[in-house]
Design a protein around this ligand. Structure first.
Ligand code: ADP
Ligand code: MG
Length: 253
């Protein structure tokens, strides 16, 4: 089986701060990879490199057979034309901590925006699929509401529907429940779990350890810019090998 995402020895610095120190990860189609680790360990930077919201200094990221962000040549590499990066991004959905919905548009308008504007899908086709997705995330009755009238959990589910509307091959989640009141976390995690059951390929950064254990096919523990441990959820949560994983889990569990 060939990986959908292949991250090979990626390094990234902000000035003199090296935040990714040689990260290698492969994600197979339909796999759910959960990334855990302390704040500042480089998790968000890694996710952003995958859709080139951040550049990376060394190494390669290959998504669906295409090198992300760069064009290689005899001298090394140059930044790829924006059109190529845009093409890659169409296939990668990203959901952040803060939902970033368009405030002046209805939920439905938020969901159809990408397909209509970026993919050139007809409006009626986009609406048909959007209604299907809103039903799936439990927001059929909110299709005409403004985001500001929704709870945080509803807004995040709308943001997930908006990403799914692009029919991505990969979904990236960066602490999707961190900004939510505790009682709203469960409904968002249930939505993500549903995607896992449908076979969506996902990389999920989360601090929700019970959810991580439940949804992950594989877990990566990042520590100070490296992958300190990679294992099955059973292994990492019951028998972590690295001392740093043990220390981290002792703090958060
Ligand atoms: P995590 O998501 O694991 O908390 P981040 O990837 O956000 O970690 O950050 C890793 C390190 O990179 C931190 O030291 C952070 O301050 C730094 N960093 C992240 N983004 C930037 C940026 N745009 N400019 C400068 N430093 C950054
Ligand atoms: Mg982060």
């Amino acid at each position: 089986m060939s990986a959908l995402v292949e991250i090979q020895d990626v390094k990234k610095s902000f000035g003199s701060n090296e935040v990714l120190k040689g990260v290698s990860i492969a994600v197979e189609p339909h796999e759910v990879l959960v990334v855990i680790g302390a704040s500042g360990s480089g998790k968000s930077t890694l996710l952003k490199c995958i859709n080139f919201l951040e550049t990376y200094d060394e190494g390669r990221i290959v998504f669906d057979g295409k090198l992300v962000g760069y064009k290689e040549n005899d001298q090394g590499r140059d930044i790829a034309p924006e059109s190529e990066t845009r093409e890659i991004r169409k296939n990668i959905g990203m959901v952040f901590q803060n939902f970033n919905l368009f405030p002046h548009k209805s939920v439905l308008e938020n969901v159809i925006e990408g397909p209509v504007q970026v993919k050139g899908v007809t409006k009626s086709e986009a609406i048909e699929y959007a209604d299907e997705l809103l039903k799936k995330v439990g927001l059929a009755d909110k299709r005409d509401a403004r985001p500001s009238t929704l709870s945080g959990g509803q807004q995040q589910r709308a943001a997930i529907a908006r990403s799914l509307a692009m029919r991505p091959k990969l979904m990236l989640f960066d602490e999707p429940t961190s900004a939510l009141d505790p009682e709203l976390v469960g409904e968002v995690l249930a939505t993500i779990r549903g995607l896992a059951e449908e076979g969506m390929t996902m990389i999920i950064v989360t601090h929700e350890m019970a959810f991580a254990r439940d949804v992950a096919d594989r877990v990566i523990f990042m520590d100070d810019g490296i992958v300190a441990e990679e294992a099955s959820p059973e292994e990492i949560f019951t028998n972590p090998k690295a001392q740093r994983t043990q220390d981290f889990l002792a703090r958060v569990l």
